[in-house]
Design a protein around this ligand. Structure first.
Ligand code: RIB
Length: 329
């Protein structure tokens, strides 16, 4: 057996080691509604006074806020939601669904006296929908709930706050102004459309609307002039145009992203898929045009399944879909 020298402890001076801070991962903070969707399938939409026989009725998780939060999380963003549900079975089911999609629900509080929001949706054979929302607990979200979350330092400057208008507009305005003061990027999906107070508009970095919503906000039936005029008030305006794709307008300059052909089953939640994926892409550092390209893929995939959240796609699926369409993501 060879002579093995005894182990010696080398004379090493251990330098002071400073562990570097881990890079901050931007979070998408979604402020918005949570609904239970009751979805009825019918050959077409009934006209007033008409009774139609439908083919199915199903319950799905929904609400523009929840749909967008799940879309952002699946698209790869750390996601947290500020919202209200009822203290009822559907409220806890909606929270469970958000958890399953890895959305932080610390600030999704139960509301004692109001039920979880409900949406009644009719989807026609052409995949188009009509929606009636009963706000329930969503109406009880207050500025103090936003302050509770922000006071607990949920937001840092490179985060993104994403809101819609199915909750009281004064809460959205309060949250976006507070976010703006902190240097947090703000995205408003003005759906359902209503007139926006100047203080709110002044706190929006990116406004996302569809053509009907843009016309309501601007009073202009022509989208090209409507979006250009709106871009005088908000830095970036993103117009979702269904199968036609998306238009992004900054300082009156419009960039169009073409739509993708898919087999449409249900367009419910396609706009939410877009907003969530867009926010995730912005949080990851992409510019508005690139984020719109990515989100456009998410919206197309969302149309291929029944239910607002069932069609939401992961980052990997969106990337694969876009490369199958020869779009760089
Ligand atoms: O955008 C689709 C959503 O609108 C549905 O999930 C429904 O809940 C309504 O909020």
């Amino acid at each position: 057996m060879p002579n093995v020298p005894a182990a010696t402890v080398p004379d090493v001076t251990v330098p002071d080691v400073t562990v570097p801070d881990l890079p901050d991962v931007p979070t998408v903070i979604v402020l918005g509604s949570i609904n239970e969707d009751i979805v009825v399938r019918a050959p077409r939409h009934p006209v007033p006074g008409e009774t139609l026989l439908g083919s199915s009725v199903q319950r799905f998780p929904g609400g523009k806020g929840a749909n967008q939060a799940v879309a952002a999380s699946l698209a790869g963003a750390l996601t947290l939601m500020i919202a209200r549900v009822g203290d009822d079975i559907s409220g806890s089911a909606m929270r469970t669904t958000l958890h399953a999609a890895k959305v932080d629900t610390t600030y999704v509080g139960p509301c004692k006296h109001d039920p979880t929001g409900t949406a009644v949706i009719v989807v026609s054979d052409a995949g188009e929908n009509t929606i009636v929302v009963i706000a329930g607990a969503n109406e009880k979200l207050r500025p103090v709930h936003v302050d509770d979350a922000f006071d607990a330092q949920i937001a840092k400057p490179n985060d993104v706050v994403l809101a819609q208008l199915e909750i009281p507009i004064e809460v959205v305005s309060h949250a976006l102004q507070r976010a703006r003061r902190m240097g947090v990027r703000t995205i408003l999906n003005a759906a359902p459309a209503q007139q926006l107070p100047d203080a709110l508009v002044g706190a929006v970095d990116v406004l996302i609307v569809n053509e009907t919503e843009l016309a309501t906000l601007t009073g202009d039936a022509e989208w090209t002039s409507g979006i250009a005029n709106m871009s005088d008030r908000v830095g970036t305006v993103v117009l979702t145009r269904g199968g036609e794709g998306v238009a992004v307008c900054q300082q009156r300059e419009i960039v169009c992203v073409p739509g993708h052909e898919v087999e449409v089953v249900d367009t419910t939640g396609a706009g939410d898929a877009f907003c969530g994926a867009f926010a995730a892409a912005i949080a990851s550092g992409l510019g508005a045009n690139e984020a719109a390209r990515f989100a456009n893929g998410a919206a197309a995939l969302a149309c291929t399944r029944l239910g607002a959240q069932s069609g939401l796609a992961t980052q990997r699926d969106i990337d694969a879909f876009l490369s199958s369409k020869n779009v760089e993501s």
